[in-house]
Design a protein. Structure first.
Length: 338
């Protein structure tokens, strides 16, 4: 398929791949945020528990391989590049390579489904910084937010449904689903559609699975700011304790705000949340993230295709329709960074 783009740029958060990477990586993430050193060292211990290896980079490699096959199958013959915000391969390394290869215009697949400063605009700022550092850097345009794309909903629905099947049949109807997402400061949330989009995704998945409104809730995890700041709540741990007080026996924890089982999912849910459930004698099943689910990979291909097609089919489900392709100047502004 002929395209006005020369390449596709996969943009991800990045993660360390050995113990020596951990502190430099965390310092990159925290740069400019005045986070106390002791807090950074505490977060580093989470990574050391996994020998300093975040699975995120490897998961991105697997996603790129799956997407390359899907694009080839649909005769979309564009080279794939990969650049991270916080660890190698950094955008600051990838953009100069793209320029050297003669790429003039690229479509960026930012691996974040929702809109906020941290999950959208900050990525665009990092791309702009990398462009300024490169000679003759390519123009880069991002895909739209895809929280309500049918492929995203389908892949999450299948994984949450599979998790519910692990609850004993006689208790399944009364099981609770806790959808989790990364918390952000309320000052940031008030200036973007993050909460609204997350709630819509949870609603759409729940409707597909016939989960009653009283049996699910959107909650948050991985808060990283000072205790004096107001962040989105409830926290997953507090929510689990409340479920036990309400005599819930089974909970499916679904990290719907994340695309892969990276370290925040593995530590905050599989270790911390699971430890709390064990303490409370609350049966917990953790749903998988979309990862390389075929519906998710197909969705990424479709998002590329709609941008290069003369007759694009902009698919969405739910109440809000497809998101805009070009971010507005006042979209997801940086009031408070997280």
């Amino acid at each position: 398929m002929k395209s006005s783009y020369d390449a596709i740029l996969i943009v991800a958060f990045g993660g360390p791949e050995n113990r020596d990477d951990v502190l430099p990586f965390i310092e990159n993430v925290a740069r400019g945020r005045n986070i106390p050193r002791e807090r950074l060292l505490k977060v580093a211990e989470h990574y050391y528990r996994f020998d300093g290896i975040s699975p995120l980079n490897q998961q991105v490699r697997e996603l790129i391989a799956a997407l390359r096959n899907e694009l080839h199958r649909h005769q979309i013959n564009l080279p794939l590049y990969w650049g991270n915000r916080n660890w190698h391969p950094l955008l600051l390394e990838t953009l100069p390579q793209m320029a050297a290869d003669g790429v003039k215009r690229a479509l960026a697949l930012i691996l974040s489904p929702y809109s906020s400063y941290s999950s959208c605009r900050q990525y665009l700022e990092n791309i702009e910084d990398a462009q300024q550092a490169a000679v003759a850097a390519p123009k880069v345009e991002k895909i739209r937010a895809f929280y309500n794309h049918p492929g995203f909903i389908a892949s999450n629905t299948e994984h949450v449904g599979e998790a519910l099947q692990k609850v004993p049949f006689e208790r399944r109807q009364s099981a609770h689903v806790a959808y989790t997402a990364h918390s952000i400061p309320k000052s940031m949330a008030n200036r973007c559609d993050y909460e609204k989009q997350l709630t819509e995704t949870c609603q759409l998945v729940s409707e597909e699975l016939n989960i009653q409104p009283t049996n699910w809730r959107l909650v948050y995890q991985s808060r990283s700011g000072p205790a004096t700041d107001l962040w989105l709540e409830p926290d997953i741990v507090d929510h689990l304790r409340e479920l036990k007080r309400s005599e819930v026996n089974d909970v499916v924890v679904a990290p719907i705000g994340f695309l892969s089982d990276h370290l925040e999912v593995l530590y905050d849910l599989d270790i911390e949340a699971q430890d709390v459930c064990d303490e409370l004698n609350l049966h917990m099943v953790r749903a998988a993230t979309v990862g390389t689910h075929s519906s998710f990979v197909d969705m990424l291909r479709a998002l590329v295709e709609e941008r290069i097609s003369k007759m694009p089919q902009r698919r969405s489900v739910g109440h809000f329709g497809p998101s805009h392709d070009v971010c507005l100047a006042d979209c997801c502004p940086a009031l408070t960074k997280c």
